[in-house]
Every structure is written in C-alpha cells, then in structure tokens.
Design a protein around this ligand. Structure first.
Ligand SMILES: NC(=O)c1ccc[n+]([C@@H]2O[C@H](COP(=O)([O-])OP(=O)(O)OC[C@H]3O[C@@H](n4cnc5c(N)ncnc54)[C@H](O)[C@@H]3O)[C@@H](O)[C@H]2O)c1
Length: 342
C-alpha cells in the first residue's frame, strides 16, 4: 500500500481495537460518570454496568419516572446512582446536571460522559422533497431531533471538556482518577455512516455527532497539555430498545436481525475500560447466534479511509445488513463487487 497508510504527524487515534482481549472493568471504580439518556434503553444498560463496576453514576434524562425507578433498583443493591432531571437540548439545564454529578462523586470530579440521550421522530422524509406545495408557504420543519441528538451532544461535549479541565488532578483532591481516564463516549449510529431515506433529521443528527467526535478527537494535541482525555464513538445498527420498539416486529417479519442493549453496553465498556483505546469508532452489528464479541472497529480514520472498507465488510459479511432496509436498495448486491476491486 502507498504512503497513505502512515498516520499524519498529529496524533489522533490509536491502532484498531483488539476485540479478543477480555474487558477489565476494575478501573471504573469510583469514576464519576454522566450518562445522558440514562433512564431507558442503551443508556439504562450503561448506567447499570458502570454502577455494578463501582462507578458513581449520574443519569441526566427528562424521564423522571424511569430515571427514579432505575435509581431505586440500583441503590437497593448498594450501588451509587442518582437521577437529575434535565432537558438535554437546554444548555442551562445540562449545566445543572453536570454540576450535580460532580457534587455526587467521591472526589468531586467528572471522569466519563456517555451521550446516549436521543430521539427519532422522523418528522422529515423524502415526501418532503417530493411535495408540490406551490400555493402555500411551507410550515417550518421540526428541529427537535437535531436539537436533542446533535445540539444536546454538542452541549455535552462542551461541558465535559470544561469540567474535565476543572477537575484534573492538579485541581482535584488526592486519589483522583488518572487524567487519561477522562473520556467522552459519543453514541452516534450506523445512520451516521450509511445513507437512509425517510429520516433526514435523524440521519443528519447522527452524521453530525460523528463529525463532532472527529473534531473533538483532533483537539487532543491542543488540549492534552492541560487536560488529557480520551474520546471514542459507538455506532449501533438496529437495537431492541424503546426507541425503535414500534418497528421491531416489522423488521423481524422481514427477517431482519436486531442487536440487543447488552451488545452496545459491551462496546461501550470496551472503550471505557481500556485506557489504550483513543479515537476509535465501534460498530454494533445485529446479533447472530455465534460466540464471542461481534462488535468491530470501523476504521473511521486516515488508515481506514474514513470507515469505507469497514462498512463494506460489515455489509458483505453480515451484521450491518439492517442498513439495506434503510437505504431501500440492495446494498449487498451493489457492494459485493466493490469489496473485490483492486
Ligand atoms: N435503538 C436503536 O436502534 C439505536 C440505533 C443506533 C443508535 N441509537 C442511539 O442510541 C441512543 C440511545 O437510544 P435508545 O435506543 O436507548 O433509546 P431510548 O428511547 O430507550 O432512550 C433514550 C433516552 O433519551 C432520553 N431523552 C430523549 N430526549 C431527551 C431530552 N430532550 N432531554 C433528556 N433526555 C432525553 C429519553 O427520555 C430516554 O430515556 C440514542 O442516541 C439513539 O439515537 C439507537
């Protein structure tokens, strides 16, 4: 291969993740963790796994009922979890949530932020593009999905870097977590990689989160002198959670597999616990009845051609097939040839 396999001088990611390595959750002990959207689905799975590993977890979510129920369940087991009601699309509301996490933590720090809050209203569609409303002024489309998924993640990243800096060991009491362990784990989606129809707002928001992650990742060398931190991205395909429960029966009827929340939690734990992983994007494919970790590294970097070959392999070899349904075309048929081109 030509020179392009060489990383540019600026460090922005470590090598591809080795998924055969066991995950050691011991370094999550006493980590001060925020999980946005932690009341339900993937977020609730992360809250549970982190709390069981000994982390102090703050759920930032708008769903009080689910959030409080999860806190009750986990604190009954002696775990450290609190709920703070927050609208993720509001900066002041999120700021209050971040402060509450720092107060709750044993060393008054912030160590890990997982951005799981999200909605999928799909208020925009290709019907929008096909509409012929010459006579009427159009109604403005809803930006709710962008507001929560993208602006919310943007605020989370801004607040995370601010409070990471404020709570680095120089400023924090003895015994604080090591600075490398501070990290932002962005939850995007495979909808942030592959084109889909009928969900323009959702897709734009998830490509946006991916762009945000790439930019934060590239800030490493600028900020590392003051605030070392890590960042990684998680890109799940269809996951059996309340977000998509209404479409799961239809997907299954078409023979489409879906992943489970545990598969995503496994991907998040892997990047959270291994401090040698920086700047990697992890795909969570649909579940197949095979042993072992089926998650894989998308290669979303210079060496991996921005995940292009990783996506082709995922579609051709299985696991990402759900995206064919979203793209309304036979991606498998089209991509099989691509995989064999020289
Ligand atoms: N389920 C999937 O198929 C799938 C696939 C790819 C990516 N994702 C992403 O994973 C993340 C988690 O999704 P999930 O499947 O667990 O969904 P979910 O609906 O179970 O959980 C989302 C949580 O976000 C919270 N939330 C939504 N808007 C909020 C707001 N304005 N302020 C505060 N909290 C808010 C909800 O109350 C809920 O608890 C989302 O970002 C989603 O886009 C999900």
């Amino acid at each position: 291969m030509a020179e392009t396999s060489k990383l540019p001088e600026t460090f922005y990611s470590t090598n591809k993740i080795d998924f055969s390595k066991p995950i050691d959750t011991s370094n999550l002990k006493e980590k001060s963790t925020i999980v946005t959207g932690g009341a339900s689905g993937i977020g609730a799975g992360v809250v549970t796994a982190f709390a069981e590993a000994g982390a102090y977890v703050t759920i930032l979510d708008r769903n009080e009922e689910l959030g409080n129920a999860l806190v009750e369940k986990l604190t009954a087991k002696g775990l450290h979890v609190q709920f703070t009601k927050v609208d993720i699309a509001s900066f002041s509301s999120q700021t209050t949530g971040f402060k509450s996490a720092i107060s709750f933590s044993p060393h008054k720090t912030l160590d890990i932020v997982v951005t799981s809050a999200g909605i999928s209203t799909s208020t925009t569609s290709t019907k929008w593009l096909a509409s012929n409303a010459d006579n009427d002024d159009p109604e403005p489309p809803s930006t709710a999905t962008l507001d929560v998924n993208l602006t919310g993640s943007f605020y989370s990243a801004h607040l995370a870097l601010h409070y990471f800096k404020k709570t680095t060991p120089e400023a924090a009491p003895e015994g604080d977590a090591t600075p490398q362990s501070k990290q932002i784990i962005f939850i995007s989606s495979l909808a942030g990689y592959l084109p889909a129809r009928d969900a323009l707002d959702y897709q734009a928001s998830k490509f946006g989160v991916r762009g945000l992650w790439k930019s934060v990742r590239h800030s490493h060398d600028i900020v590392s002198e003051h605030t070392p931190f890590r960042t990684n991205l998680i890109a799940p395909t269809f996951i059996n959670s309340p977000l998509i429960e209404r479409i799961v029966p239809g997907l299954k009827a078409k023979g489409q597999g879906v992943g489970e929340v545990d598969d995503v939690v496994g991907g998040i734990l892997r990047v959270a616990c291994d401090e040698a992983i920086y700047g990697r994007a992890v795909a969570i494919p649909v579940r197949r009845e095979v042993a072992g970790d089926r998650n894989f590294d998308l290669g979303d970097d210079w060496e991996g051609r921005d995940a292009g070959p990783g996506l082709v392999e995922g579609i051709v070899n299985g696991g990402l097939e759900g995206l064919q349904l979203l793209s309304h075309s036979s991606a498998e048929g089209r991509l099989k040839g691509v995989g064999t081109r020289g």
